[in-house]
Design a protein around this ligand. Structure first.
Ligand code: ARG
Length: 451
């Protein structure tokens, strides 16, 4: 195996295989962002006299072409090359000769992988936020569409009080607002530049870290170089808590949907094309999509624990342990994306049973309505409670199947607009465009001429 750190002696091949692990496959996730990080780094190196203008121009052109290859799925890590960082340096050296070997001044793979992960995660968080917004919109639309359709509410899975599809769909929409608040915190922590921390202790070159921060469109840098290195693992853990929050909302929604779709409830109907059949029972239309969503989202909720355990009790400074985080962290985003887009699709096509309450087994959910009616007429609440309780026991209870819930957040006053405003407020405080613009600028119109 060809190594950046070759010092003229042979490395045991088994040791090489073990230490490289799954990097050759997982680092492909980071390829585009590794290139962007390098573009910013060398632009800065030229500004402090460590590269000439011509060298910089040649390097940037090649990096841009590697970026395009990565974008179009043509980038690969060759047999015998250990990671994305080595592969990019190898390509530059192969194409440009010695100048390719100059790009690593003032940098270590430790801050390189850090910045790759920050840039990649920042992009992924934007995609997650967009997915969440999409599901939120569908849930709110369904909530408004079915706001007059009543359903039983349960406590202890026992019929409890009147609820509505307006409330049910709307509850999950509001839950996503809070999940997005957590995602935004994760985004802010992610959107800081660790580049320049090198191996974790900075460099004796007069690096201009503000310049790479600006070029990459980060909100700020992770200033302290020791802390910047601590961001490896800490960022992943914080982000994974945010992903787990969304997954928690989704798995609960998925369980409700499975339950309500069962014949014994019959509250919702999943679109036919979203169900799966049985190999033996010809009548089956199973809600496998929601079952898989539930399982995947439960698994995603284990991610913070997995990350915590992998990095637990590591002192400050880089350790190879951190490499293993990529195995659990990187694929999690696609899984969550799949679950979010499946849920969005099905929710938007879900039909509800508008006639649930004609079934007398739900009659008792109106007991509190009756107690409240008597109390409003002047009977003390406790006496009214007792009267209705005795009527129920004696089989005399006749429900009036109408509800008058008017306060905020209740059946008759869903506050859909207020919840939408909350979502908008969170949404508006993300600044995705800044990151997009900076990356675009770096790729199409490198600013080094102004330095
Ligand atoms: N593959 C490594 C990782 O993910 C890159 C950094 C290697 N640094 C080192 N000092 N061995 O952590």
């Amino acid at each position: 195996m060809e190594k950046l750190w070759d010092k003229g002696y042979d490395i045991n091949e088994e040791i090489a295989r073990f230490t490289v692990g799954r990097d050759r496959e997982l680092d492909l996730y980071l390829a585009r962002h590794d290139v962007l990080g390098s573009m910013a780094h060398i632009t800065m190196l030229e500004s402090i006299g460590l590269l000439t203008r011509d060298e910089l121009d040649a390097l940037l052109a090649e990096l841009r072409s590697i970026y395009r290859d990565a974008e179009e799925g043509r980038f690969e890590i060759e047999e015998g090359i250990e990671d994305v960082h080595s592969q990019v340096e190898l390509l530059l050296t192969r194409r440009l000769g010695d100048v390719g070997k100059k790009i690593h001044s003032g940098r270590s793979r430790n801050d390189q992988v850090l910045v790759d992960l920050k840039l990649w995660t920042r992009e992924q968080l934007r995609l997650v936020a967009e997915d969440v917004r999409g599901l939120f919109d569908e849930l709110q639309q369904q909530s408004e569409h079915y706001k007059h359709v009543l359903m039983p509410g349960y406590t202890h899975l026992q019929v409890a009080m009147p609820s509505s599809f307006g409330l049910w769909f709307g509850a999950y929409a509001e839950s996503l607002v809070d999940d997005l608040v957590m995602l935004q915190a994760a985004y802010r922590i992610t959107n800081r530049n660790p580049l320049g921390s090198a191996a974790g202790y900075g460099s004796s070159f007069p690096l201009n870290r503000q310049m790479t921060t600006d070029l990459l469109g980060f909100d700020s840098m992770d200033y302290n170089v020791v802390y910047a290195q601590m961001g490896r693992g800490k960022t992943e853990r914080n982000v994974s808590f945010a992903l787990a929050g969304i997954a928690g909302t989704l798995s609960k929604l998925a369980f409700d949907a499975c339950l309500f779709n069962s014949q014994n409830f019959g509250f919702v109907r999943l679109p036919k094309e979203c169900t799966t059949g049985s190999s033996i029972m010809p009548h089956k239309k199973n809600p496998d999509v929601f079952e898989l969503t539930r399982a995947k989202c439960n698994k995603l909720q284990a991610l913070p624990q997995q990350i915590t355990l992998i990095m637990n009790n590591l002192p400050s400074g880089y350790f190879r342990d951190l490499q293993i985080l990529k195995e659990v962290f990187l694929p999690a985003f696609q899984e969550l994306h799949d679950c979010l887009s499946m849920a969005t699709y099905i929710i938007s096509r879900m039909e509800v049973n508008e006639d649930i309450l004609s079934d007398t087994r739900y009659d008792l959910m109106f007991s509190v309505e009756e107690v409240n009616r008597l109390a409003a007429e002047g009977m003390p609440f406790r006496d009214a409670y007792k009267k209705v309780g005795m009527d129920i026991e004696a089989g005399r209870f006749q429900p009036r199947k109408e509800v008058h819930h008017t306060h905020e957040g209740s059946i008759g006053h869903l506050c859909t607009e207020q919840i939408r405003a909350l979502m908008q407020q969170v949404w508006d405080s993300f600044d995705f465009q800044r990151a997009i613009d900076a990356e675009q600028e770096l790729l199409t119109n490198p600013k080094h001429q102004t330095s």
